[in-house]
Design a protein around this ligand. Structure first.
Ligand SMILES: Nc1nc2c(ncn2[C@@H]2O[C@H](COP(=O)(O)OP(=O)(O)OP(=O)(O)O)[C@@H](O)[C@H]2O)c(=O)[nH]1
Ligand SMILES: [Mg+2]
Length: 312
């Protein structure tokens, strides 16, 4: 498969093409995904979440610089749950990311929900697989906001950074939004502003140790990349810790298969409306000659029968 080979060589056009194929479920995307998935699995994925304006993009910019200086190829995925045509936030990201726009070792891509089944976490996973297969060793995922969607997207990450800032009541928001359970590392950004120490102290009691890892709180000034070397050291420490347990891998596999199942049952359900079998059973259910469960079973049987699972 030419696209897969192109991605393996790190060809940027091939990577873009592969991502578009996967996102839009274009013909041939199944075999592209299958090929890429086999090559993937060595990248390290860092999720970056937190309130709007906390400095996530500015911070990622610094982190990209840190990892580039270590010679790593770096991918950046900006996830925008709301608008397919990226709004102000992403546009801002683009401008800031221009720092790295000319760098061949950096690949930046945004992912937007198109209202298609499976949603953002599925789309994000696929972009990760493509960049992973292209040997981008570190991949950052930035999400805007702190809803359930973002928490789902963060499941894709190996290490999750929760970015907070002082004076915004962020601590309270983070505690409410379930971010305290999500974060592997807490970043108190904008530490040049007043109240950073106090804010850091306020969240500390809500941070729980998980699997022998106690999430640290690290102060940064992303605007001048202060504290980001320390942050990288902490990310690497967490990565090392993860490397020692296989649990993460089986959890990831479970999440991925569940995502795929959800997507497929959704498209089955949507496609069923136009199915011949549906046309046959519907009048029966209407007349109560057949119950809806039996009708659904019949349709699934036919749909699956007509679409055998691919092997290999
Ligand atoms: N004072 C101060 N300002 C900062 C710092 N880091 C970022 N900012 C500013 O905060 C604003 C928001 O930064 P972004 O990086 O766009 O924040 P974000 O979290 O990516 O924002 P969204 O993507 O819109 O959610 C910008 O004006 C930055 O210049 C910092 O350490 N100190
Ligand atoms: Mg941003």
């Amino acid at each position: 498969m030419e696209t897969v080979r192109g991605v393996a060589r790190g060809n940027r056009k091939a990577i873009s093409r592969a991502i578009t194929m996967l996102e839009d479920d274009l013909p041939g995307s199944r075999s592209v995904y299958s090929g890429l998935y086999r090559m993937a699995g060595s990248s390290f994925v860092v999720g970056v979440t937190g309130a709007p304006g906390a400095g996530k993009s500015t911070l990622v910019n610094c982190l990209v610089r840190e990892y580039r200086s270590k010679g790593e190829k770096v991918g950046v995925i900006a996830v925008d749950p709301s608008s397919p045509l990226s709004g102000g936030a992403l546009l801002g990201d683009r401008v800031r990311m221009l720092d790295h726009a000319q760098d061949k070792g950096v690949f930046i891509r945004s992912v937007a929900s198109r209202g298609s089944g499976g949603g953002l976490s599925r789309a994000t996973r696929k972009v990760v697989v493509a960049l992973d297969a292209a040997k981008y060793g570190v991949i950052f995922i930035e999400t805007v906001g702190a809803g359930q969607t973002e928490l789902d997207v963060m499941k894709v990450a190996d290490t999750t950074l929760v970015v907070l800032m002082p004076q915004a009541g962020d601590e309270v928001q983070a505690i409410k939004a379930g971010l305290m359970e999500t974060g592997d590392i807490f970043v108190m950004n904008k530490s040049d502003l007043e109240g950073a120490d106090r804010a850091a102290l306020q969240i500390a009691p809500f941070i729980r140790e998980r699997d022998g890892w106690r999430p640290p709180v690290i102060k940064t000034v992303a605007r001048s990349c202060i504290g980001t070397a320390e942050l990288v050291a902490s990310i690497q420490a967490h990565r090392k810790r993860l490397g020692q347990s296989r649990k993460k891998d089986s959890q990831r596999a479970l999440d991925e298969v569940k995502d795929a199942l959800r997507h497929m049952t959704e498209s089955l359900t949507n496609g069923a409306g136009r199915d011949r079998e549906m046309a046959r059973v519907l009048p029966l259910v209407e007349k109560r000659d057949m119950d809806p469960d039996t009708a659904a079973e019949t349709i699934i049987g036919r749909l699956l029968g007509g679409r055998p699972a691919r092997r290999g």
